[in-house]
Write a new protein. Structure first.
Length: 556
């Protein structure tokens, strides 16, 4: 069977969608939730084919479907892929297009939310399912307006980054399919490995930048990256790394992006271009299609963070620091797709990994430009990798910190391998600490166990704390005071007390020793065992505590 490839969508000659194992599994889970009347959320790493998964769900869903996206590129991408898979016309609802009664409508969120559009769509049959692409935006009121227009419709959300900087949850969805993250996708050969290098640029000093709405103040952040020293240091670092392949650079503002491209082109003419939200559509498409052939560095502002397929990109350059792990992960994901035709959907994970390693894009290099951060915590490549991947246990947390330290020291690391190695090393360290504590405890139990044994002497003159729970011990305790107890009571100044049982005598001996501030029976027994020459009549608790501290130093 010959397969045609369209992005991450594979179809045969009959247009039958060919899903990867994890895509088939997730699509099946989503359909089961929908059949049960629930609204599921699918979290999958950028480049793993969320559109393919959703296309399979739309294909098998029996009702009418509204697919909404927040950018026109995502709308076009969804229409093209759905038509390729479904073999039927897909309606578009955009500023320049109007849908009809078709079963599937793909709409621009900012178009369909307007009352006039919603009113026109109400003339047709309602929608039973609303698919929300990049659904981490869905808490916004603009999305809720659309949901409110179809209160009975189920919802299906797609995202690579469910976490939001404002901590607002994705309450429009009430269940989740099995997540599929970057580490797992890379391990199975669906994404390329990540290499990371933190470039120290002194002029990129974030210590004085204020925080607004949970992230860096954009005006102050832009001033840091717009300085001549920053522009030239970043430009030189990018050019030094172009041997890895085409570069996608993220800038803070349009003005800084244009200056950064100008600096790069000053060093190497014709190397860089700029794209941003106001770039004409045709020019934007040309920039995307010619990256890696006609030029090598695309400097962008807020355009290539979501839904942009640029598989040729082999270097991600972070020229805008952020505190948001989700935003960093979105930017990181632009460079993780393998080159077209490298990955064989029918091959094994080992075969895919070998093919990627032998390709012209064996990995994606992430350049992170930060100097001093001061009090700020800044999202890094390892955060983008580990945000939803590693366990929250101590070994994983410590491993992430160690990888960050190595990056800050200037090492270039293959992140998944470095993180796995640090987790293993931390687990080994924890195991060694555990065994050391067990050995110390065993030594102490051996010592104190023998002290308890001495305290169970049937003479019961009070030398010890616990009495063995045996018939013999109970028989002695319930009997009259022993001669040894009478002698000890006399020595402690209580000759004329009338005590009925050995148990009462033992209790009274302990009380008298405490009143006289004498060393406890256990203290005496312990010192007798390890420093017998220090045991003398009238040994006080304080004196005994000092000698015991000397004994415990030996244990340490």
């Amino acid at each position: 069977m010959q397969l045609g490839l369209f992005g991450e969508v594979a179809v045969d000659k009959t247009r039958r969608l060919i899903l990867r194992d994890y895509q088939r599994r997730i699509a099946g889970q989503a359909l089961q939730f929908l059949a049960a009347g629930k609204s599921p959320l699918t979290v999958a790493a950028t480049g793993t084919g969320k559109t393919s998964i959703a296309a399979a769900v739309v294909r098998d869903f029996p009702g009418r479907v509204l697919w909404i996206a927040h950018r026109i590129e995502l709308v076009r991408q969804a229409i093209e892929r759905l038509e390729h898979v479904l073999g039927e016309r897909v309606n578009a609802e955009t500023a320049s297009s109007y849908s009809d009664r078709g079963r599937v409508v793909v709409a621009s969120k900012d178009t369909v939310r307007h009352p006039s559009r919603l009113q026109r769509l109400s003339n047709y049959d309602g929608f039973e399912l609303i698919v929300v692409d990049e659904c981490h935006h869905s808490p916004a009121r603009t999305y809720q307006t659309i949901f409110d227009a179809y209160p009975n419709a189920l919802r299906y959300g797609l995202t690579a980054t469910p976490g939001r900087l404002d901590k607002r949850g994705l309450g429009s969805f009430d269940c989740s399919t099995e997540p599929f993250g970057i580490v797992e996708a890379s391990r199975e050969g669906w994404l390329v490995p990540i290499r990371a290098k933190r470039e120290k640029v002194k002029s990129v000093d974030l210590s004085g930048v204020r925080v607004s709405a949970g992230d860096f103040n954009q005006a102050e952040l832009d001033a840091v990256y717009r300085s001549e020293e920053s522009l030239h240091a970043i430009g030189r670092a990018i050019l030094d790394r172009l041997g890895h392949g085409p570069c996608l650079h993220f800038a803070t503002t349009v003005g800084t992006a244009e200056r950064q491209a100008e600096v790069i082109n000053r060093y190497r003419p014709g190397t860089a271009r700029v794209v941003h939200g106001n770039t004409p559509e045709l020019e934007r498409r040309t920039c995307f299609s010619e990256l890696g052939t006609r030029y090598q560095v695309l400097v962008n502002v807020g355009v290539a963070t979501e839904g942009t397929d640029l598989p040729s990109v082999a270097v991600i350059s972070m020229g805008r620091a952020t505190k948001s792990q989700s935003l960093f992960q979105q930017m990181l994901g632009r460079g993780l797709r393998p080159l077209p035709g490298v990955v064989d959907i029918s091959g094994t994970a080992q075969e895919r990994l070998a093919a990627i390693a032998a390709s012209q894009k064996p990995h994606c290099l992430v350049l992170d430009f930060v100097g001093s951060t001061g009090r700020h915590s800044v999202a890094t490549a390892v955060d983008g990798l580990s945000a939803t991947e590693t366990d929250s246990d101590r070994s994983s947390s410590a491993a992430v910190d160690r990888v960050k330290q190595r990056l800050e020291a200037g090492e270039e690391l293959e992140l998944a391998g470095a993180l796995a190695a640090e987790i293993e090393a931390e687990q080994d360290r924890q195991e060694k600490r555990r065994k050391r504590k067990e050995r110390e405890l065993a030594r102490r139990l051996e010592i104190t166990g023998q002290v308890v044994l001495e305290s169970r002497d049937v003479r019961l003159i009070g030398l010890g704390g616990d009495i063995a729970d045996t018939d013999q011990a109970r028989s002695v305790l319930d009997g009259p005071p022993t001669p040894e107890q009478v002698q000890e009571l006399g020595r402690l100044g209580s000759t004329f007390e009338r005590l009925e049982t050995a148990r009462d005598a033992r209790r009274r001996i302990l009380e008298l020793r405490k009143q006289l501030d004498l060393a406890s029976p256990k203290q005496v027994a312990l010192i007798t065992r390890h420093m017998p020459d220090k045991v003398r009549p009238g040994l006080t608790r304080k004196q005994a505590g000092f000698w015991i501290s000397q004994i415990t130093k030996r244990w340490r």
